[in-house]
Design a protein around this ligand. Structure first.
Ligand SMILES: CC(C)(COP(=O)(O)OP(=O)(O)OC[C@H]1O[C@@H](n2cnc3c(N)ncnc32)[C@H](O)[C@@H]1OP(=O)(O)O)[C@@H](O)C(=O)NCCC(=O)NCCS
Length: 383
């Protein structure tokens, strides 16, 4: 007789409405479309902060003093450089691998060669966190250079994390405006409550596995098109639609076929995602011919979607406008999700460190609905 979990434990498909942790890192008010990191509205951080400062804020729970921020920046810069071994390994990766898979494997390599990688203390994990946050942009840029047959560009210690990433990717120091756009996008993506990849990293960490393994889980979880992979699909969809006058027809067909439109909808937001609002403003300022056609098409898609589906609480999410911004910065489409990872890693490690303060292994139950009492049939007697 199999005893099922007591019905007092409610089953919730996709864990909707389940509270999995207590956190002081970020809060989403899905009805009002408000996001705060440790009390500060995202709009204020996007306007006033930098990705490095926001990361410090998430990790250490306070805004840094000037000296603390300088020290934190120096530490991040120190860990940017890839080892010769790391570059050699990346050269062996299949050139047509998805950059998220290349990133997952790069972080795994880094973990294998870090003898201090498996630590339980908060201080030790914060140290490892800084190394990982510093190195991810270098891995992403190096893979892109190598797969295109170009030399890896060594990190520049004089640049911010965002500017240095663009420098390592293109081999040219970006202008300040472009570096700042990427910096803002990184701030906006740094944390977002109990999203799937954050939960994934926390599940791995709750077993007291190492931080590298947790981050690899996060990267793998973020890759999916229902999560971080959506921004890649948005640009592809808009290119396929082609121009604003084709939007009504394309949307009508897609909605009649009950297709999900990438970059719309959210489990928590039933109002406009505040991050999308900020990125939309940046996207509208993009000047390139192709970009502005894409943006106009996007604005029309938004108009139709809001008209048709806002009653269901479906509005643009952060992924709807992030793709244009990255495209404008000359970033290949398949690097959009790795850029998301470059930012969200701050939230992942902050949640892991916070949860470890009162760790308990995640171990939900499932309701078994298969047969019971089945006799084992020897292989020769099977149909
Ligand atoms: C984000 C997402 C995964 C949330 O999923 P969820 O909370 O499980 O919501 P569901 O998939 O159950 O959708 C609820 C309803 O809204 C509809 N819906 C949700 N997102 C939609 C979208 N992007 N386009 C069209 N319809 C959508 C569903 O068809 C469903 O309709 P129904 O009740 O008539 O069956 C989902 O909205 C989605 O797939 N969006 C597109 C991918 C995306 O942009 N992801 C990035 C998130 S930041």
């Amino acid at each position: 007789m199999i005893k099922e979990p007591s019905m007092e434990f409610r089953y919730s498909r996709g864990l909707e409405g389940v509270i999995a942790a207590i956190t002081s890192l970020s809060r989403i008010d899905g009805d009002e479309g408000i996001l705060i990191y440790r009390g500060i509205p995202i709009e204020s951080l996007a306007e006033n902060s930098t990705f490095e400062e926001t990361t410090y804020f998430l990790l250490y729970g306070k805004l840094p003093t000037k000296k603390e921020l300088d020290d934190f920046n120096s530490e991040l810069k120190e860990y940017r450089a890839l080892s010769e071994d790391e570059v050699d390994w990346i050269k062996k990766f299949p050139k047509d691998a998805h950059p998220m898979d290349a990133l997952k494997t790069s972080v795994s390599l880094m973990g294998m060669s870090d003898p201090s990688g498996w630590q339980e203390s908060k201080e030790a994990n914060l140290k490892i966190a800084i190394k990982i946050i510093a190195r991810i942009p270098s891995f992403v840029a190096a893979f892109d250079r190598i797969r295109n047959g170009r030399e890896v560009v060594p990190a520049d210690k004089d640049l911010s994390l965002a500017a240095n990433f663009l420098y390592m990717l293109h081999g040219e120091v970006p202008d300040e405006g472009n570096a700042r756009v990427l910096d803002v996008a990184l701030i906006l993506h740094a944390d977002h409550g109990m999203n799937a990849s954050t939960f994934g990293t926390m599940v791995t960490s709750s077993t007291l596995s190492d931080l590298y393994s947790s981050i690899i889980t996060g990267i793998g979880t973020l890759k999916g098109p229902l999560h971080g992979g959506a921004n890649e699909k948005v640009v592809a969809m808009l290119k396929e639609i082609g121009s604003p006058d084709k939007v009504e027809g394309a949307m009508k067909k897609a909605l009649a076929e009950r297709r999900k439109i990438m970059g719309f909808g959210h489990r928590v937001y039933k109002a406009y995602d505040p991050r999308a609002r900020i990125l939309k403003e940046y996207a509208k300022k993009l000047t390139g011919k192709e970009e502005s056609l894409l943006v106009q098409t996007a604005i029309k898609v938004e108009e139709v979607m809001v008209r048709e589906l806002s009653k269901k609480g479906i509005f643009p999410n952060v992924d709807f406008y992030s793709g244009f911004v990255y495209k404008y910065l000359g970033i290949p489409t398949d690097l959009f999700t790795p850029i998301f990872a470059m930012s969200r890693v701050s939230g992942w490690v902050a949640h892991v460190v916070e949860y470890r303060e009162a760790n308990r292994i995640f171990r939900p139950r499932a309701i078994y609905n298969g047969p019971v009492g089945v006799e084992y049939t020897p292989i020769d007697e099977r149909e």
